[in-house]
Design a protein around this ligand. Structure first.
Ligand code: FAD
Ligand code: NAP
Length: 313
């Protein structure tokens, strides 16, 4: 294993932002190195149909991400399977240390580490994670054939997860803390039409109930936040779909973050508070958080990195 890999452009993250930066960076002859992380392809690898990627009426998320990785590699990006556990943005070139022990250095750096699923933070949720509690319907839905399932959340992810889970479950109940959904109208329409799905408005999950031996979920206790009335429901699976938080832990104290951990960038730009470090995709976007906007920012970041490198030469 090589212990030091230097590139003019180092990209961290392999979602739509990272791969698009790879395509543009390679075509600008920057010979980029892209570190894929523990989720090669990013968040779209844990979903099924993607219906809003322009040019494709419908594509499976994992297939789209394989195509993007092949595109970045064909353009000349060096894709590396590693996970960065330490970053030093105070040095030039910038340094990133991988779990493999390799030190990656870059004259310019694009951060595209995306976002990770949020959890409610309940002790019982944590206890049953992997034993009936999940944040990924495409990964775990199959285990709940003929069973009752609850999904918590009211955004696009929650509604898509609920719809997807009806392929396996006998019944899906969506638990939402308000009486309106954030999800796109077309998804809401599909949700309300689906006879297997019911919605409990103004409810929150209080506790996941289950057994320790064998370990598994048998139900949940939910609370009506208007009346305070608590209800117990039986179910075998609990899917938490309450949004995502930016993966910026490695950056804390090194560059400007805002809005709860998103990387702050200059207006109409992917430039961060450190010259030569650019941020793209869900790591910096607290508003749109879409594949297409992430890809757009990946393109911007590579073009801006190219400009930065040519000016600094
Ligand atoms: P991500 O896709 O989050 O990728 C982040 C990458 O960074 C990963 O490859 C990860 O391995 C890597 N990484 C993280 N930390 C490190 C590290 N320390 N070292 C190295 N690598 C690291 N959007 C749509 O437009 N249409 C949809 O239909 C759609 N469906 C979705 C369904 C679900 C279930 C979810 C969760 C999201 C969906 N989205 C959809 C949103 C979309 O997936 C995101 O907006 C998009 O993936 C963000 O891209 P990104 O490149 O910023 O980061
Ligand atoms: P989101 O849009 O942030 O929605 C999170 C949902 O969870 C909201 O309904 C929120 O309630 C609820 N919630 C948050 N914290 C909660 C808590 N502690 N307890 C109970 N409920 C809580 O997140 P998302 O659905 O994961 O979507 C993330 C991004 O990815 C969005 O930009 C979305 O458009 C995108 N995405 C797109 C697609 C698509 O295009 N098809 C699919 C999936 C995701 P409130 O409504 O009360 O705030």
């Amino acid at each position: 294993m090589e212990k030091n890999i230097h590139s003019r452009l180092l990209i961290i993250g392999s979602g739509p932002a990272g791969y698009t930066a790879g395509v543009y960076g390679a075509r600008a002859m920057l010979n980029p190195t892209l570190i894929q992380g523990i989720q090669p392809g990013g968040q779209l690898t844990i979903t099924t149909e993607v219906e809003n990627w322009p040019g494709m009426k419908e594509v499976q998320g994992p297939d789209l991400m394989i195509q993007m990785s092949e595109h970045a590699a064909a353009a000349g990006t060096n894709l590396i399977s590693d996970h960065i556990n330490k970053l030093d943005l105070s040095k030039r070139p910038f340094e990133a240390l991988g779990d493999s022990g390799t030190l990656y250095t870059g004259d310019a750096l694009i951060l595209a580490t995306g976002a990770q699923a949020k959890w409610l933070g309940l002790e019982s949720e944590n206890n049953f994670k992997g034993f009936g509690v999940s944040a990924c319907a495409t990964c775990d839905g199959f285990f709940y054939k003929g069973e009752e399932i609850i999904v918590v959340g009211g955004g696009n992810t929650a509604v898509e997860e609920a719809l997807f889970l009806t392929k396996f479950a006998s019944k899906v109940t969506l638990i939402h803390r308000r009486d309106t959904l954030k999800a796109e109208k077309i998804l809401q329409q599909r949700l309300h039409k689906n006879e297997k799905i019911s919605v409990r408005w103004f409810h929150e999950l209080e506790e996941v109930i289950g057994t320790e031996s064998p370990k598994g979920v048998s139900g949940v206790r939910i609370k009506n936040i208007k009346t305070g009335v608590k209800t117990t429901m039986s179910c075998k699976g609990v899917f938490i779909a309450i949004g995502h938080a930016p993966a910026s832990e490695l950056l804390s104290g090194q560059l400007d973050l805002h809005m709860g951990g998103y990387v702050a960038t200059k207006a109409d730009s992917t430039e961060t508070s450190i010259p030569g470090v650019f941020a793209a995709g869900d790591l910096t976007d607290h508003i749109y958080r879409q594949a297409v906007t992430s890809a757009g920012m990946g393109c911007m970041a590579a073009l801006e990195a190219e400009k930065f490198l040519s000016h600094s030469e």
